[in-house]
Design a protein around this ligand. Structure first.
Ligand SMILES: [Zn+2]
Length: 292
């Protein structure tokens, strides 16, 4: 069996909340990315759900965890509903944290890079740009640091000094069929993960597109460090695959309905099997260029 057909990818939901849609989108939903379009029926004010995920790649060469989520303290501080601690969520799919050899941190926001200390045997792979951003001069501005947690960033620096952090610059091959791609935009060093699966080239987009509308309507998440980089990143996601339905948003609850559920757990879906039908990305016109 080839690495592609043997690789499994799970999306595991561990937390949720709902806030006003204007906190998730710069433009009214349905405006098609045009700031001058008349707002439709969506008042841009109603509660909009956000789901928090971990992604687990079961590769023939070992387990790769994408992001580590947050625990009880961050959930209480930020008033998020923690359905189960990320470690418990992994145990529910039969994985002990000690078994994880590689953790990819897509970026260092609190909901992606908490709980590092729970993974004693892991090497953490992060973009060098993210490290220097999260521990650098921009963090004196509250609006830049608000989604970072200083305790998480401190723990990242501890893993660096312990020789367990592997910063990369740009795109890298992590394992046969698994690659990292620097996107930036949302944070300076945001990276996404592409996985060759039996269903095709799957893109774990993380916060390069929080929701289906973010990329389908080019309706940016309001919290970003470079808007042009963010918008270019929306296109780049679709340069990474031949099938737009295989781009998986970082926080959209519909992922749980669109992909096959893991038997017995409605909060876990098997992304490697492909979606059950067309996703909201089905109509996205693929860009004229592809990434190799
Ligand atoms: Zn996030």
């Amino acid at each position: 069996m080839s690495a592609e057909t043997a690789t499994e990818v799970l999306a595991i939901k561990y937390a949720e909340t709902a806030v006003a849609a204007r906190e998730h989108f710069m433009l009214p939903l349905g405006s098609g990315g045009n700031p001058h379009a008349a707002p439709n029926a969506d008042p841009h004010e109603g509660p909009h759900p956000i789901s928090y995920f971990l992604w687990l790649i079961r590769h023939p060469q070992g387990l790769i965890l994408v992001d580590t989520g947050f625990g009880e303290a961050a959930a209480a501080r930020r008033r998020r509903t923690l359905l189960r601690h990320p470690v418990e969520a992994l145990k529910a799919v039969g994985v002990a944290p000690e078994e994880i050899g590689t953790v990819v941190l897509t970026h260092l926001h609190y909901d992606h890079a908490g709980t590092l200390a729970c993974f004693p045997n892991a090497t953490f792979v992060v973009q060098a740009r993210e490290l220097t951003y999260a521990a650098g001069p921009a963090m004196r501005h509250q609006v830049c640091r608000k989604a970072f947690d200083v305790e998480d960033v401190t723990e990242v620096v501890r893993t660096l000094y312990a020789g367990r952090l592997y910063p990369v610059e740009g795109d890298r091959l992590l394992a046969p069929g698994v690659s990292l791609h620097l996107i930036g935009g949302h944070t300076n060093g945001l990276q996404v993960v592409r996985v060759e699966t039996a269903a095709g080239r799957l893109v774990i987009a993380s916060d390069a597109t929080h929701f289906y509308e973010s990329a389908a309507e080019k309706n940016p998440f309001p919290d970003h460090c470079s808007l042009p980089e963010y918008l270019n990143g929306l296109d780049r996601l679709f340069e990474l695959t031949d099938d737009p339905n295989l781009v998986v948003p970082g926080h959209d609850e519909r992922v749980l309905e669109l992909f096959p559920t893991r038997p017995g757990d409605p909060n876990v879906v098997e992304l490697h099997r492909g979606p059950l039908g067309p996703t909201p990305f089905a109509g996205v016109v693929l860009p004229p260029v592809r990434e190799p």
